[in-house]
Ligand binder design. Structure first.
Ligand SMILES: Nc1ccn([C@@H]2O[C@H](COP(=O)(O)O)[C@@H](O)[C@H]2O)c(=O)n1
Ligand SMILES: C[C@@]1(CO)OP(=O)(O)OP(=O)(O)OC[C@H]1O
Length: 161
């Protein structure tokens, strides 16, 4: 009997660099640092894309949007999410739900989480209740604890469209 659900997980890290904001879930979050990245460096959306691609066994974000390709320089990562959504729709799937955890000491993510959920849900054409965004610190431990970077991990479930 063919499987009627698929699961995927994704993880992304970017180092902090010069700047005054970070893009998280499509939301411009004010911060004393920016991130070093080829695109806009949105770890929430990159982890989500990798979860969606993983659920389809279609490789990873770097395969679909190579960092060597100048087209993706400074790219809005919401376009990556919409592309991944097309890939799953073409194959007869839609996102059932996704759960993303951001890991950083700062910025505070909680106040922006609902704005991220709204944008992600809109881009994927699903109800906001299908999208969870939450956060944790690293309790001052390791590279994240030292404020050197920001990470996100995501899981998602695909269901038949
Ligand atoms: N960047 C972050 C980190 C955490 N939060 C919120 O704070 C809560 C406590 O974090 P701990 O790491 O001490 O467990 C966490 O549950 C989040 O609600 C945040 O908003 N942004
Ligand atoms: C998103 C891409 C786009 O070129 O580049 P980065 O913004 O550097 O982000 P990363 O998470 O390293 O994923 C690789 C690339 O696909």
């Amino acid at each position: 009997m063919p499987m009627n659900i698929r699961i995927g997980q994704g993880y992304d890290v970017h180092a902090f660099g010069e700047g005054d904001h970070v893009m998280l879930g499509g939301v411009r979050v004010p911060h004393g640092r920016g991130v070093l990245a080829h695109s806009d460096g949105d770890v929430v959306l990159h982890a989500l894309c990798d979860a969606m691609l993983g659920a389809l066994a279609l490789g990873d974000i770097g395969r679909h949007f190579p960092p060597s390709d100048p087209r993706w320089k400074g790219a809005d990562s919401r376009a990556f999410v919409r592309h991944c959504n097309e890939l799953l729709r073409e194959r007869g799937w839609k996102l059932g739900n996704a759960d993303v955890t951001v890991i950083c000491e700062r910025p505070k993510v909680g106040p922006h989480a609902d704005a991220m959920r709204t944008l992600i849900a809109g881009d994927l054409g699903v109800d906001i209740d299908a999208i969870s965004v939450k956060a944790t610190t690293s309790e001052a431990l390791g590279f994240i604890g030292r404020g050197e970077g920001i990470a996100a991990q995501a899981v998602c479930l695909l269901v038949p469209a």
